[in-house]
Write a protein that binds this ligand. Structure first.
Ligand code: AMP
Ligand code: ZN
Length: 457
């Protein structure tokens, strides 16, 4: 049995899919900039949900949107479109901006071994679906027109706020909404905005030239591909109060999504990630500093998705060491001859699946893996680790490389001499060489057919 924490009910619930294929919608990126490592944590979370479902034998139909229009600077439907701002600043067309950052995002997904959802839906490819959707909402009496656009009348659904648990007054106080006098209620949100002449992205509609509101995009695209009732909707916790609350409404306020799941945020050095603090790293930034995407993946997987994860370089260093040890420990089992009792292997499998099925407890599942590696070297353990990797996605079949360090020539010469001594079983000479290496400030770690050098801490 799989249990997922449902933001809507605020508890863990047994997962019972509607049909044979699990239907899942994930809010994708707004492609006006490079995705930072916090954003990527959100997609690692999505990936874990998908992998856990597949491990349990489910087939998946996942949809992720690419927002390339309509996400304004303020979630309250005001301010410039993020895409247009980037276009102005970088002197590129909005479409060039969208293409550049979509490509970069896809490359980050690949690097992090995040499986792509079956359908990737670009907002600008679905404008006519959105118009139809808004038309229907207006017909049903949920949408109304004012001077600058079509808005959703939230008073039609008294349950507004049920996802965030905030009452309306708090929502309004909390949101930086510039109250538009013409709106019936300050929290009513734009389904369609009428465009001024200067606005770059605009399309003809029954209400004149304009562009869709951000929230309706996801509602229209999820409905198009997954129907009016689907299993899972994922996103980051920042989406709960406005974006998803509004998506629910625009999905006609019904219980259209059975499980709303949200990933917690990543912080940097205990605080917010922000451009002005210069701490919004990308996956490429980490690579340039010598941390592979798999190290970052390992780092993220060690914290449960519903807990805030604090990013520091010290913690990433620890993850780097641990990941490299993990690969070595697994590799040592590759040609192991020990016979592990079947009952033991089954127990590891049970513990592993129990962990992942309990609201995707990957940190606990990693614990099971580490535990299992303590067994006598056995090919069976190696194979089980590879099986678990279907969920972990850590490329556990990677043959570990001795870490490259810039050791001085004399240290490397001593290390080579020591390797020969060891191969000739000249233990006294080997120990003496270790001391010489140590005196030069390095630690030598013996490997099966080689060694690793590390500067002393
Ligand atoms: P955006 O492109 O701004 O719509 O954000 C893309 C995804 O990243 C959304 O699911 C957000 O919830 C998520 N996100 C944004 N900042 C962070 C962060 N610091 N930590 C984790 N997820 C984040
Ligand atoms: Zn969305």
């Amino acid at each position: 049995m799989i249990r997922f924490y449902n933001t809507l009910s605020r508890k863990k619930e047994e997962f019972i899919p509607i049909g044979k294929v699990v239907t899942m919608y994930s809010c994708g990126p707004t492609v006006y900039n490079y995705a930072h490592i916090g954003n990527m944590r959100a997609y690692l979370f999505m990936d874990s949900v998908r992998r856990v479902l597949k491990y349990n034998g489910y087939k998946l139909k996942g949809v992720m949107n690419i927002t390339d229009v309509g996400h304004l600077l303020s979630d309250g439907d005001e301010g410039e479109d993020k895409m247009e701002k980037a276009s102005r600043e970088q002197q590129k067309t909005v479409y060039e901006i969208a293409e550049k950052y979509t490509e970069a995002f896809m490359s980050d997904l690949n690097k992090l071994n995040i499986g792509k959802p079956e359908i990737i839906a670009k907002a600008t490819d679905h404008i006519s679906d959105m118009i139809e959707y808004v038309k229907k909402l207006v017909e049903l009496g949920y949408g109304y027109e004012i001077n600058d656009g079509i808005y959703f009348d939230i008073s039609k659904f008294p349950s507004y706020g049920k996802l965030s648990g905030l009452d309306l007054e708090n929502q309004i106080a909390g949101a930086r909404v510039d109250v538009n006098d013409e709106k019936r209620h300050p929290a009513d949100f734009a389904l369609w905005k009428k465009a001024s002449k200067e606005h770059i992205m605009q399309w003809p509609s029954p209400w004149g030239m304009g562009y869709p509101g951000w929230h309706i995009e996801c509602s229209a695209m999820s409905k198009k591909y997954l129907g009016s009732r689907f299993d899972i909707h994922t996103g980051g916790v920042d989406h709960i109060p406005v974006h998803h609350e509004n998506e629910i409404e625009a999905l006609e306020g019904h219980k259209t999504v059975n499980y709303w799941m949200h990933g917690e945020f990543m912080q940097v050095d205990g605080g917010k990630m922000s451009k002005s603090l210069g701490n919004t790293y990308t996956v490429s930034d980490l690579e340039a500093k010598g941390y592979s995407p798999m190290v970052f993946r390992y780092f993220c997987l060690n914290t449960h998705y519903r807990k805030t994860l604090n990013f520091t370089f010290a913690a990433l260093d620890a993850a780097k060491t641990a990941y490299s040890r993990l690969l070595s420990a697994i590799d040592e089992h590759k040609n192991g001859k020990a016979e592990i009792p079947q009952s033991k292997l089954e127990k590891f499998q049970r513990d592993f699946i129990e962990a992942i099925n309990d609201d995707i407890n990957i940190p606990l599942a990693l614990g099971v893996l580490w535990n299992m590696l303590k067994e006598a070297h056995s090919k069976q353990i190696y194979e089980l680790a590879q099986k678990f990797d279907a969920v972990l996605g850590l490329r556990l079949d990677t043959v570990p490389q001795a870490e490259k360090v810039d050791a001085p020539k004399e240290v490397i010469e001593l290390a080579e001499k020591r390797l020969t001594a060891r191969q000739n079983k000249e233990w006294a000479a080997s120990d003496a060489l270790r001391d010489e290496i140590s005196a030069l400030g390095f630690i030598i770690i013996d490997k099966k057919d080689g060694y690793e050098l590390k500067p002393k801490a």
